[in-house]
Design a protein around this ligand. Structure first.
Ligand code: DGL
Length: 295
């Protein structure tokens, strides 16, 4: 197993990759779409597999875990980090942007941070900016972890862009464990998928658009489609986030200029690299060879 104590040991000085963070494997479904859209950039993915799941953890725990991982990605040379995790976006992004980015100091791990020009983006804003365009009835359903649902982040953000939209939410705490344990295609998964779709639809039969607001859920897409009423529009986030990132880099040429473009991909996990490499292929769609990062 390749091990790293510090993520800045990874990169040569000239490589400033875009960091993509998730609590585990799920963010690879987002990275996959980002790489498809923007293949020329360098990327470093960090999965905090040793501490997953985040969805059931407290606000403070998710915030501290996420901040620590973001710091490691900055140390690895990233100027731009995408939190490809709804739970982290819901519970940590605002604090990191408002409290930590201005004060993060170089050197916790001897990193080469040399300016305030670092950015952290999430997955909730890009999704809430477009969700209203998909619904004809004006009723949308959000499926996510308990942490994301109780944060009310989707309700608050959608209100800003589509105030007339009715938002119905359902927490699906069994779905991440089903996916993490490779049970996403098993007959046993049908029960839990149907249970939560039925509970959501019981809130309003007028819902015509479902958002899979958790990066693990695309693996359950076939079962969700079977359990949902016919003609339901089901949105996954990968493509939406990739489009939004592409637009962001155009709007911010000063950030774009700091992201290197050698087409390199690096995968870090805080847990077993063997497990990561086996599971990651399912989410990313291609074989990966990860490096262990000791937090
Ligand atoms: N990746 C997380 C999300 O998108 C879910 C996994 C977890 O609970 O850690 O919300």
């Amino acid at each position: 197993m390749r091990r790293l104590r510090e993520s800045h040991q990874l990169m040569s000085e000239k490589v400033q990759p875009i960091g993509v963070f998730d609590s585990g494997y799920g963010g690879l479904t987002v990275l996959r779409e980002i790489v498809r859209k923007l293949p020329q950039y360098d990327y470093v993915y960090l999965g905090d597999n040793a501490r997953t799941p985040y969805g059931t953890r407290s606000f403070d725990t998710v915030y501290h875990y996420t901040l620590e991982c973001v710091q490691h990605l900055f140390d690895a040379g990233c100027r731009l980090v995408v939190l490809a995790c709804n739970t982290a976006s819901a519970k940590a992004l605002r604090n990191i942007q408002q409290l930590d980015l201005p004060t993060l100091v170089p050197g916790r791990t001897g990193a080469r941070l040399d300016g305030p020009d670092r950015r952290v983006l999430g997955v909730i804003r890009p999704t809430t900016e477009v969700i209203g365009k998909y619904s004809k009835t004006g009723n949308v359903g959000i499926l996510a972890t308990r942490g994301t649902i109780t944060s009310e982040s989707y309700v608050v953000e959608i209100e800003k862009f589509f105030p007339a939209l009715n938002v119905f939410q359902e927490a699906c705490p069994m779905w991440v464990p089903l996916v993490e344990n490779g049970e996403y295609a098993s007959p046993g998964a049908d029960y839990f998928v149907k249970q939560h779709i039925d509970r959501l639809m019981a809130q309003s039969s007028d819902i015509d658009t479902l958002l899979l607001a958790c990066t693990h859920y695309p693996l359950l897409l076939d079962k969700i489609r079977q359990a949902a009423p016919a003609n339901m529009t089901i949105l996954t986030q990968g493509g939406i986030v990739a489009d939004s990132l592409a637009e962001y880099l155009i709007r911010h040429p000063e950030i774009d200029a700091q992201c290197s473009k050698y087409g390199q991909r690096t995968f870090l996990t805080t847990d077993s690299t063997e497990d990561f490499d086996r599971q990651a292929t399912i989410f990313y769609g291609q074989p990966v060879q990860s490096i262990h990062l000791a937090l």
